[in-house]
Ligand binder design. Structure first.
Ligand code: G4P
Length: 527
């Protein structure tokens, strides 16, 4: 295998969480360990504090200048780690879903005070769809949180995944004393703001060692022994295969802001997290160690400066070696393209790179050639599967406010939907343009960008739909009939696939029951 050494040292993952659980803080600690940044506070939160377009645009503008924050690459213990950033705001959940298609594993941050929150639930559904291996970090142990047994039970139940504690906390809040590492049987005493290189771990081969009482006090030492016995009895050793299959999630407790319990997790991550794997395409499985290059675009980042309309397409390398200034085959457009300035993403700076290997993410300058899901190969005609569109949740009709600018509006909406900002549906017969988004904020962003980048004024008219279902049928006649009969609720997506727009769950269920020959799908993947 030509690139075995490079593949074996790469780990590509994302940190996901409900906003405010501590994703940004944890990211920063990882980068500190990786030596990619030197001081805390260097990673800016990409969180939208207020529900305001201006706030979002400002953040996007900053990110446009420093797209480096979208992918952070650092080295740790000989491994090259690609950490993909995901937006925290729920209105941009779809962006996060797509980023999850480009990673090999995930770290999920759960706030020990708030437990499982809405956003976490959704993100985990996507991880489960793809059987992505997950490590859980239970954060903010320095605050009075939920009882940890209850919390574990809640996470297992709500997220439908089996957990496996790897560390065990001693108290929480003001009484938080540290974590016991169940795997290597060591005790780490809590100190606030632990420095990355500080070692304050006490190795104890046996919990009955009096040093435990000395460090924790007799009462907490006794509770720890009891808990550890219980936890060991229930869970035993972690089965790494179950973790890799996405069936069991190892759990760590800590406090990200104090850099506490983070190193335990990072060291385990390095040990067990998957290296880049083989990937499915519509034709065959692409083996990660094939000599020939292949990769797909999972994200497109617009440059919001109207003077520079170029965009950056994020390409995940799946096999072979990507090289600068080499022609690759753009499968959808059936043409060969090459890139003279591909970017790699080292934290906080963009560097032109010469080559990249499976697991890496490359930033490609794009003037409108790419859309999400596009595949590049060395000539083979195939595309990667598993990059679905999900049903939007809010639907609005796009109304042109300036007939003189129709062309600009059409171009603008086409490019924005290629970027994955929203989904575009066109009603059958009526030609009505319907925009589907996950959150209201996206409509504001579209309106702002259409005006500022394309000079096209538009407004939105709310439509009474709640879900879009992609339709398939073995009987094309039945499908055609259905679409004709349900014209008010039928549309085609950007690729011309038929979609049913349901007003409510009741309507949807009724149609599903009444039309056994038609399959209703909640993602576009099936097509
Ligand atoms: P996010 O990216 O998931 O949205 O969360 P982020 O890291 O921004 O953290 C959200 C808030 O929680 C921040 O406070 C952060 O300092 C705090 N935090 C993170 N880890 C811990 C922890 O272990 N313990 C405690 N007590 N707090 C933690 P903030 O006030 O919103 O922001 P900032 O002004 O402190 O930056």
């Amino acid at each position: 295998m030509k690139y075995e050494k490079e593949i074996n040292r790469r780990k590509t993952f994302a940190i996901i969480s409900h906003p405010d659980a501590g994703k940004t803080t944890l990211t920063e600690k990882f980068l500190l360990f990786g030596g990619a940044i030197q001081v805390a506070g260097a990673v800016k939160s990409n969180k939208i504090k207020k529900h305001a377009t201006s706030d979002f645009m400002e953040i996007e503008r900053q990110r446009g200048i420093s797209v480096a924050t979208s992918v952070m690459t650092f080295e740790y213990n000989g491994f090259l780690i690609n950490l993909l950033d995901t937006p925290g705001h729920k209105d941009f959940a779809e962006d996060t879903y797509r980023t999850l298609t480009a990673v090999d594993s995930v770290v999920l941050v759960v706030d020990s005070v708030n437990g499982v929150e809405e956003q976490t639930r959704r993100l985990m559904e996507v991880c489960r769809m793809r059987s992505t291996p997950v490590i859980v970090f239970i954060n903010k142990l320095d605050r009075d949180g939920k009882n940890r047994f209850d919390l574990l039970e809640e996470i297992e139940k709500e997220l439908n995944i089996s957990l496996h504690p790897m560390t065990w906390p001693i108290n929480s809040g003001k009484d938080f004393k540290g974590v016991y590492n169940l795997h290597d049987k060591s005790l780490r005493i809590f100190t606030a703001n632990t420095k990355a290189d500080e070692e304050d771990v006490i190795a104890i081969s046996d919990l009955s060692n009096p040093v435990v009482d000395e460090k924790l006090g007799a009462r907490d030492a006794a509770t720890l022994r009891e808990n550890v016995e219980l936890v060991d009895g229930v869970y035993g050793e972690l089965n790494v295969e179950d973790y890799l299959a996405g069936k069991v999630a190892p759990v760590f407790f800590g406090s990200a802001v104090n850099n506490f319990g983070v190193k335990e997790m990072l060291d385990t991550f390095i040990r067990i997290a998957p290296i880049p794997k083989d990937r499915e395409t519509n034709k065959r499985e692409i083996s990660v160690d094939e000599d020939k290059f292949s990769g797909f675009v999972f994200k497109i980042h617009a440059n919001l400066d109207p003077k520079h309309r170029d965009r950056i397409a994020f390409l995940r390398v799946c096999s072979g070696k990507f090289e600068r200034n080499t022609y690759y085959h753009h499968v959808r457009l059936d043409k060969d393209v090459r890139f003279s300035n591909p970017y790699s993403f080292m934290a906080r700076s963009k560097d032109v790179i010469e080559d990249a290997y499976p697991g890496d993410v490359v930033g490609l300058f794009d003037t409108g050639n790419f859309k999400i899901g596009d595949t590049l190969t060395e000539g083979e005609d195939l595309y990667f599967t598993g990059i679905p569109s999900f049903s939007p949740e809010i639907f609005k009709e796009l109304v042109n406010k300036d007939p003189m600018k129709t062309k600009q509006l059409e171009k603008g909406i086409s490019q924005l939907t290629d970027e994955g900002v929203a989904q575009l549906f066109t009603q059958f017969g009526g030609n009505k343009k319907i925009i589907g988004c996950v959150g209201d904020l996206q409509f504001e962003v579209i309106q702002y960008r259409l005006l500022h980048e394309y000079g096209a004024a538009c407004e939105f008219r709310t439509l009474p739909f709640y879900k879009a279902c992609w339709l398939t049928s073995k009987d094309p006649k039945k499908l055609e009939e259905f679409l004709r009969f349900k014209q008010q609720n039928s549309a085609e997506d950007k690729d011309g696939n038929p979609v049913y727009l349901a007003q409510s769950e009741w309507f949807l269920n009724t149609e599903i029951q009444n039309n056994p020959d038609i399959q209703f799908h909640f993602t576009s993947e099936v097509l």
